[in-house]
Design a binder for this molecule. Structure first.
Ligand code: TRP
Length: 77
């Protein structure tokens, strides 16, 4: 993926609704590993992209996730 495509890659926004929400980047390719972990406190927002290195993103804790597919609240109903 070249730089132009990376900039245009899909992104998500995550808003933490509690302290200690964790965003984990999972590697693209045959191997699926954690390559980055980021902690957010309540009210913090992170905007993250899917890139050449990241094909999946895992989120732990209470958060709202905004994607082109819709808005997801991690609370189990
Ligand atoms: N390394 C895997 C890949 O690039 C990561 C992944 C993406 C994955 N989607 C998945 C792993 C679904 C399990 C299930 O495809």
């Amino acid at each position: 993926m070249d730089v132009r495509n990376e900039v245009q890659a899909e992104y998500i926004a995550v808003k933490a609704l509690e302290n200690g929400v964790t965003i984990i980047g999972l590697t693209r390719g045959k191997d699926t590993r954690f390559h980055h972990t980021e902690k957010l406190d309540r009210g913090e927002v992170m905007i993250a992209q899917f890139t050449e290195d990241t094909s999946a993103i895992k989120i732990r804790g209470h958060a709202v996730i905004y994607t082109k597919h819709g808005i997801i609240d991690t609370i189990v109903e």
